[in-house]
Design a protein around this ligand. Structure first.
Ligand code: FEO
Length: 394
């Protein structure tokens, strides 16, 4: 990607990763981008870098605008390697002793990633840095989503460099929200559901903090995906809504199956839910990626999970999903478990235990069917779906 001048004298010098399809367990069907920002002022400043394997492309992009040696300051908003991986290349090229601004945790974490003794300048919330005509303010956003995370705010142009926040894993020619339109929102939602959901309370507090500071945003520049310049308030409002985790009248039936019996149960439960007029998403764990399922879970009221019993335990895909969902800490859910079994039949109980550990309210006992559900068994599944449907519909 060639650099894009996003405002006068301010460039996105980042790169597009068209081919990435798995981002530490998150499916990135549309690739992603690693955005990095270059500000030309009396002190030329680079905000963030890119993944290590794209460092040459970053350097080419910078070189097409300025001699990299003329960069005076580097700011690292976040240590995760998709943004710091190019730091070694950048610092080597511009001079290892150039000031490297980051949060206190950033200095600690960068030192744990890189052996070089860089000239760290640890900054805290509210600290300012003059770069000539412009002034930057730092805002620590600890645990959004790493301990080192921070925002950098450009006072003059009212631009927020928001690191991972407000990002989307999306590779495209569109650089701005007004170019792509609402088509970007599902990508932003999936990103929130799979990365930021556990930090919902922190996000609501951060919004309060930013509101109290009276900060205004003409533009929000995340480190992934498109830049919000037409309507930055739209993505902030979406974050507030997603953080509240107020569910819709919706259920997700998540399952895997060995010989189609648990699938039959899932289908009958789904029909029972549909009969109550609620939105239902039946999701087979080998047909849907865990990160797409999690996006549906985020705004669902009910999560109903099924597994056959395999060797006295859960089907491996179900274990995988439960582990993934547990880490993302969804709130305000009801649910139950179900599954077919041959002789021992532990799976449904094991799922129930996991749901309880996630503080998901078990509104109906788990339902098991031996081998192949007969018509009575199918009726029991339909009835389970109906009961949960009625609980959702209120
Ligand atoms: Fe895009 Fe937390 O890294």
């Amino acid at each position: 990607m060639k650099p894009v001048e996003i405002a006068k004298g301010i460039y996105d010098v980042g790169v597009i990763d068209w081919n990435i399809r798995d981002f530490h367990g998150y499916s990135t069907y549309r690739g992603t981008s690693y955005n990095a920002y270059l500000i030309l002022d009396e002190k030329i400043t680079l905000i963030d870098t890119v993944k290590k394997e794209f460092a040459d492309e970053l350097m080419e992009n910078i070189s097409s605008i300025v001699d990299p040696n003329s960069i005076d300051y580097v700011i690292s908003n976040h240590t995760e390697p998709d943004h710091s991986g190019g730091l070694a290349r950048v610092m080597h090229r511009i001079g290892e002793d150039k000031p490297l601004y980051c949060s206190k945790m950033g200095a600690k974490n960068l030192a744990l990633h890189f052996p070089q003794k860089w000239n760290f300048k640890a900054v805290g919330s509210g600290e300012e840095l003059s770069i000539g005509k412009r002034k930057l303010t730092f805002l620590e956003t600890r645990m959004l989503h790493w301990p080192d995370s921070m925002f950098t705010y450009l006072q003059n142009e009212k631009i927020l460099f928001s690191s991972d926040a407000f990002g989307q894993h999306y590779a495209g020619h569109e650089k701005f929200d007004d170019v792509i339109g609402d088509a970007i929102m599902p990508h932003a939602k999936k990103y929130f559901a799979n990365i930021l959901l556990p930090y919902s309370n922190l996000i609501l507090k951060l919004v309060e903090q930013v509101t109290a500071l009276g900060l205004e945003f003409n533009m929000i520049c995340p480190d992934h995906g498109v830049i919000w310049r037409q309507d930055p308030a739209k993505i902030i409002q979406a974050y507030i809504e997603w953080s509240k985790q107020e569910p819709e009248k919706k259920a997700v039936v998540i399952y895997d199956t060995m010989w189609h019996s648990t699938e039959k149960m899932a289908n009958a439960i789904t029909v029972g839910l549909i009969d109550c007029g609620v939105t239902v998403k039946p999701m087979h764990l080998r047909k849907w990626h865990r990160s797409d399922i999690m996006t549906e879970v985020m705004d669902a009221r009910a999560v109903i999970i099924g597994s056959p019993t395999l060797n006295n335990g859960l089907y491996p895909t179900v274990s995988d999903f439960l582990t993934y969902m547990k880490g993302l800490k969804p709130k305000n859910k009801i649910g139950t478990a179900f599954g077919s079994y041959g002789w021992s039949g532990e799976a449904a109980k094991l799922i129930r235990n996991e749901l309880e550990a996630m503080k998901i309210e078990i509104v109906e006992p788990e339902l098991r069917q031996q081998y192949i559900p007969d018509s009575e068994g199918m009726n029991a599944c339909f009835e389970l779906g109906s009961k949960i449907g009625r609980a959702i519909a209120g």
